[in-house]
Each structure stands twice: as structure tokens, then as C-alpha cells.
Design a protein around this ligand. Structure first.
Ligand SMILES: [Fe+2]
Ligand SMILES: [Fe+2]
Length: 197
């Protein structure tokens, strides 16, 4: 599996990266979830690909948008359930790596209010994700919850890409270094899920 090379030292490295939690996603691992995690592991960028933080996170955003579109186009409840589970796991991993590695330095370096708002938006999204994960696709409100989640995420992604990321680009943060850390942590979280099967 892909493993990121040790990040080089940089003065602009995120200050709180070393104190991040090493715990995983605290999910009850089902065979379905493990299958999705395996697919995610296969889709990880190749070893040595030095994506900067913003490029990496934007790739995640596009992936989830595609999945929401796929969900909208599906008529079959089983299929919808699989797609929604993928969306939920992608979002959980994405939110976790942002909260551990991106938001702390962004809070310190670029804009406290913007980052605080993003953290609260994540909390709202995670609440909805947990509700969706606990439901069957045939249940009433399942579609509505996935739809509201997609609107919620669309709003959040717009704020990150239009407000937070441009500020990050013009900050002193080392986005290459941060990209390496994000990818390494994403890989670690996904591998934790696949290795329990
Ligand atoms: Fe976010
Ligand atoms: Fe994001």
C-alpha cells in the first residue's frame, strides 16, 4: 500500500501536527465498511506523489460531489445504501484529517472565525452522517437526509475553497509538507479499517 515518505523538516510545518490523535474513526467495522475502505485504499494517490494540501483536499471534495451525483441518479435502494455508505466514510476521513492537521494551523495562521465556523459545520455534518449510517435506505427520510447532507457539504466546500484555501495559499504555511501529512494520515486511517477484516 502507498506510504508517504518521511516529511522533510520545514519551519512552516503545522505546529500541532505532532500532537494529533492517533486514534482512528471509532467506527464499528462491518464487512460492508471494510469493502469500502479497501476501495478507498486502492484509490489513494501513489507513493511519492507530492500533492499539496489544497490539491489533495479538493480531490476529496470532487470525489464526494461525484458520489452525491451518483446517489441522485440511482433508483435502487441497495445501490443507494452502498453509495451513501461510501459518502459517509469519505466524509468522515476527510473531516478527520482536516480537523487534525489543517484546521489547527489555519486557525493560528489565517482566520480564527472561519476555522471555528468550519469546525461547527463538520459537527453538524457528522451528526447527519451518523443518522444516515444508522438507517436503512428504504426508510422514510433516508433520501431527505442524504439530500440535506449534500447541500450542507456543498455550502461547506464552497467556503473552504473560496475563502479558506485562498488564504492558506497566501499564508506562510508549507502546503507541500501539509499535503504529505494529510495523505499519510488519510492512508493510516483507511488502513486501520482494512486491516481489521
Ligand atoms: Fe471541511
Ligand atoms: Fe474539505
Amino acid at each position: 500500500m502507498t506510504k508517504q515518505a518521511a516529511p522533510t523538516k520545514s519551519e512552516a510545518a503545522p505546529s500541532k501536527s505532532s500532537s494529533r490523535s492517533l486514534r482512528g474513526l471509532e467506527l464499528e467495522l462491518t464487512p460492508g465498511l471494510a469493502r469500502i475502505a479497501k476501495e478507498m485504499a486502492e484509490a489513494l494517490p501513489e507513493e511519492g506523489s507530492s500533492l499539496d494540501a489544497i490539491t489533495l483536499l479538493k480531490q476529496d471534495h470532487r470525489k464526494v460531489e461525484d458520489l452525491f451525483e451518483e446517489y441522485e441518479g440511482s433508483e435502487n435502494a441497495t445501490e443507494k445504501g452502498k453509495i451513501a455508505s461510501k459518502i459517509c466514510l469519505e466524509l468522515r476521513v476527510h473531516a478527520k484529517i482536516e480537523e487534525e492537521l489543517l484546521y489547527p494551523p489555519a486557525h493560528d495562521e489565517i482566520d480564527e472565525d472561519l476555522v471555528d465556523e468550519a469546525i461547527i459545520e463538520h459537527a453538524g455534518a457528522k451528526d447527519l452522517i451518523a443518522q444516515i449510517e444508522g438507517m436503512k435506505p428504504s426508510e422514510r427520510f433516508y433520501d431527505a437526509k442524504v439530500k440535506v447532507l449534500s447541500e450542507y457539504i456543498k455550502h461547506h466546500v464552497k467556503e473552504e475553497e473560496k475563502e479558506m484555501f485562498p488564504k492558506l495559499r497566501s499564508s506562510d504555511l508549507d502546503l507541500k509538507e501539509l499535503g504529505s501529512q494529510l495523505l499519510a494520515r488519510k492512508t493510516e486511517l483507511i488502513q486501520q479499517l482494512t486491516s481489521k477484516t
